[in-house]
Design a protein around this ligand. Structure first.
Ligand code: SF4
Length: 344
């Protein structure tokens, strides 16, 4: 088998790794593994640019488990890079079997990342995933032991590189030489390395770990909603998400049916209000909170009295009336009642 599977984040390094092998005529299939938290990846565009087919898979629920209890710990933020690489290599091996490939290709550069790209970490990741000799790293190959595709003459080692460290200069020069039409960010923009996102992920992991047996398939859509909207937690444990703008509303709406219940205003302007919950039907408490959120964040455009909304849940969508708030619930209409769950 002379085919390889390229782990394509959509960042510059993995794109270059694909381009280098492309210039040798190596048969490649790209595999992009999506984080449950989402990212703005350029994988599709870069696979087109390299001229290879792309398979997209979610890292799935096992990734949420390893995120909560990573065997090798976290990096500077909530990034469990070594465990994540092992997980990705395991998923890569499955795809290798499916497409008849014999090796993996990555854009890793020795010494570029302190946690997962030291030589020691690289050897340990290859060992733990059972992939020794079958992971080709074209950007640093000359600093690493010869791999099976090199030994078998599928890949010409002389045309690979021996780069190390954090400088991007060689990558940028090569991108120019290979006429890359866009220069993506270095590593595809993983949110778990973003310290601003850490508070959200820490909080999510705490809730998710305890709730995982009950939440089941709801875990992934709930994770996907973490980066959109304003999030609030109420004393009875309700997790409420309110869209900030049309873009938030659209993204939240695309996930809420898998994660709980949503209320979309009908006949008036207002945000989408979502509840991450196991319930399929709104409780009176949810109705009161949804009505309060619509008033508090509706920009003064929400009518008084009962509110007409569309109820979104796993069972579909239907029209629904939110009863008018009683005087003792009127505090829910005030923004001061709504204390954000996270500082950022
Ligand atoms: S940066 Fe993100 S995607 Fe990359 S190895 Fe670390 S956790 Fe995984």
């Amino acid at each position: 088998m002379s085919k390889g599977v390229l782990l394509l984040s959509g960042g510059l390094d993995s794109s270059l790794a694909g381009m280098i092998l492309g210039t040798m005529g190596v048969d490649l299939v790209a595999l992009h593994l999506e984080s449950p938290f989402g990212c703005d990846s350029m994988a599709e565009q870069m696979a087109r640019e390299i001229g290879i087919p792309l398979i997209v898979r979610s890292k799935g629920e096992p990734f949420l488990d390893l995120l909560a209890r990573p065997k090798y710990g976290y990096g500077k933020a909530m990034n469990p890079c070594i465990d994540c690489r092992i997980h990705m290599f395991n998923m890569g091996r499955t795809v290798m079997e499916e497409v008849g490939a014999s090796f993996l290709v990555t854009g890793e550069v020795v010494g570029q990342r302190p946690m997962s790209q030291t030589k020691r970490a690289i050897f340990s990741i290859d060992g733990d995933s059972g992939m020794e000799g079958r992971v080709l790293r074209p950007l640093s190959a000359k600093l690493l032991p010869e791999t099976i595709p090199e030994k078998e003459g599928i890949v010409d080692r002389r045309r690979l590189f021996g780069w190390a460290g954090r400088s991007r200069k060689p990558q940028l020069a090569l991108a120019k030489r290979l006429h890359l039409s866009v220069i993506p960010s270095p590593a595809g923009g993983c949110l778990l390395t973003d310290s601003h996102f850490t508070e959200r992920v820490e909080d999510f992991v705490q809730i998710d770990w305890d709730a995982r047996p009950a939440m089941g398939e709801r875990r992934l859509p709930a994770a996907s909603m973490l980066r959109f909207g304003r999030h609030f937690k109420f004393e009875e444990g309700e997790w409420v998400i309110v869209g900030r703008d049309d873009s938030d509303n659209r993204h939240l709406e695309s996930h809420i049916r898998g994660a709980g219940v949503g209320f979309r205003p009908e006949g008036f302007d207002g945000p989408l209000v979502c509840f991450v919950t196991l319930e399929q039907e709104p409780s009176w408490r949810m109705e009161a909170l949804a009505s309060g959120a619509l008033h508090a964040f509706g920009g003064g455009k929400v009518p008084s009295g009962d509110l007409s909304v569309t109820l979104l849940s796993a069972t579909g969508e239907r029209r629904h009336q939110l009863p008018a708030l009683s005087p003792d619930q009127s505090h829910l209409m005030k923004k001061e009642t709504w204390i954000p769950r996270w500082r950022r």
